[in-house]
Design a protein around this ligand. Sequence first.
Ligand SMILES: C[C@H](O)[C@@H](O)CC(=O)C(=O)O
Length: 628
Amino acid sequence: MAKVLIPLDDTVVVCLGEEKRVVQITCKSERPNDIGTITTYYLVRHEISELILRLAMAHMRSPISSPLRIEADLYSIQASGLSLDSADLEADNEFTVKEDSDFGERRGGIEAPGSSFTLPGRAAWRYLDRCPLEVGNSLTEWHRRLPATKPMVSSNQRATTNKRLTAWEDIRFPTSLSGDGTDAMNTDCDYSSAYVKLYTDSDLTGYGMTFTIGRGNDIVCKAIEELAKRLIGKDVEEIFANMGNTWDYLSSDSQLRWIGPEKGVIHIALGAVDNALWDMYARSRNKPLWKLVVDMTPEEIVNATAFRYITDAITREEALAMLKEKAATRAEREAKVRELGYPAYVTSAGWLGYSDEKVARLTREAVEAGFNHFKMKVGADRDSDLRRGKIIRSIIDDPQYLPPGLKPRDPNGPDLVGKNAGPTGSVLMIDANQVWDVPQAIEYVKSLAEIKPWFIEEPTAPDDILGHAAIRKALKPYDIGVATGEHAHNRMVFKQLLQAEAIDVCQIDSCRLAGVSEVLSVLLMAAKFGVPVCPHAGGVGLCEYVIHLSLIDYIAVSGTMERNVLEFVDHLHEHFLYPCSINKNGRYNVPSNAKEGYSIEMHESSIAEYEFPNGSYWKSVRGANTAA
Ligand SMILES: C[C@H](O)[C@@H](O)CC(=O)C(=O)O
C-alpha cells in the first residue's frame, strides 16, 4: 500500500510502498506576476494534484532516479526520489520545505515571501495514516483526506485576505446495531453526518453538516466539495452582508442546479454549506446563531431569506410587516424562553426496533424527565402498533409516573386543546415515515384512533401535497391531524402544503432545507398561514441545530411557542462541543455560549473515531470482519 502526504499547497512528500521510498514533489508557478488571485490558483490545484498522483503511481512502478520536471501552463512540477530510511520517518525529525522566495506574493499575497514551514515527522505520519492510498483509490477520496488547513499555513502567514479553504468529513455512527432511529421505512440506519469546515485565513472557522443515514453520505460530501469551492476567494464580510444573496449565489450554479434543482443530494449539501456560513457569521459576532438572527433588524432578516418562487404565498413586504410587528416585543419573549426553556417532545422512547420492555422503560424515564409529548413510530404492523401505543398511553396517562411534585396538566388548557391529551395532559404522536399510499394511510390511522394521537406524521410520500390534504380531510372527524416536512425538499413544497391546507404541523428540517436562509422563508410562510412549526430532529446533530431555529421562530417570527414542541432524541450529543440540553421540565435550554455559533462543531476525537471508512471505529470493524 502506498501512502500520500500533502502537507501544503506547493510541495508534496509522497511515501511509497512498504520499502518507504519517498518522493518530494514541488509545484511552482511559472507565470511571473500574473497568476492574479488565489482563486485561479485553487482552481488549477485539482489538476496539479492529479498530475502528482500520476507521478506517484509512475514512481511506484518504476522509481524516478533523477529529478523529473513537468511543465504546464501555469505551473511546473518537479519530482525527485529522496533516500530517507525508515528510522528517519519514524523518529520525531522534521520535514522542512522552503517555498521559493516570491511565489507566495505572486499567488495573491497569501503567504509572505520566503516563508517556510516545518512538519514534525510524527505529525506527518499521523497524516499518512489518515491518507491511505492504494493504487486505484479515487482521487476524490485521496483529496478529501488532506489534513485541515492549519498544517498548511506557513509560519509567517499574514491574515489579510479572506482565502477560504474547506475540508469535509464523512462521519458515521453505527446506530443500526442498537435499533436507535429505526422506523417503518428506515430499518437499519447508521446516523451519519456529512460534515464541513470552512476556513478563512484568520482564526474564523465555520462548521456545518447534513444528516444522512449511512451509505450515500460520501456522495453528499462530494456535492459539498463542489458547492464549497464556489466560496474560495470570497470576502466573508461581503458574504455576511446579505445572506439571501449568498444563498442565491450558491444555489444557482447552473451546472450543479441541473442535478436538483433545489432537491436531493445537491440541496442537502447546500444545507451543510449554508449552515456552515451561518455558523461562521454567528461566531464572527460572538453570538449563538439564534441570537445573531433575533438581533437583526426586520430588513436584515428579510435580506437573509430565500424568497425566489414563494412570492405568490408571501411577499418581502408582507414578511417585513410581520417581522416589524413582532420586533418591539422580542426582548420579552427572549427573557421568557431563557427562563422557561423551549417546549420539547421525545421520540427516542418509541423507535420501531425497540422491544416493548424497552419502549415502556424509556417512556417511564421520559415522563420522569419532565416530558409530556411523546412520539412513537408506526406502520410496520398494525396490531403491534396498537399494542405499543397502549403501553405508552398506560404510562403517560398515569399520574403515578409523574415526577415528584408535578401535577397533571389540564388536557383542555390552551396549550393542549385539540391535541387529544390524556388525563395527565400528556400527548401522543405517531409517525409512519411515508410507508403508506393515501387510502391505506387513512384506514390504518383510523384503526389507531383508540390510542388518541394528536397527529400522524409523514403518512405518505413527501412530495404528495394533495395526498396529504386528502388524508387530513379524512382524519378530521377523528380529531387526528397531519404533520410532515422532514423530507420536504424545499420551500416550494412547504408553500404548497400550506396553500393546500394539507398540514396541521410544519416539520422543517434544518439541513434538508438548504440552510438557515431557506428555513427563514418557511418560518415566515408558516407564521402567515398560522401553522405551528415543530422542527424535525431525529438524527445526529439535528437537535443541536433546531433549538436555534425554534428560538428564531418564537422570538422574531411567529411570536408563539405555547402549542409548539421541538423534537428531542437522546442520541450522540456527546460528540458535539456544545451539545443541546434539556431542563428538568422537559424543555430545551437556550444555547448561550458566545462561541458556539450554530452548535454543530464536533470533537476532533469523535471525527477520528467515526470518520468513514478510516476512523478507528470503522477500521476495527473492518479488522474484525477480515479476521472472521
Ligand atoms: C431515520 C430517522 O431516525 C427517522 O426515523 C427520524 C424521524 O423520522 C423523526 O425523528 O421523526
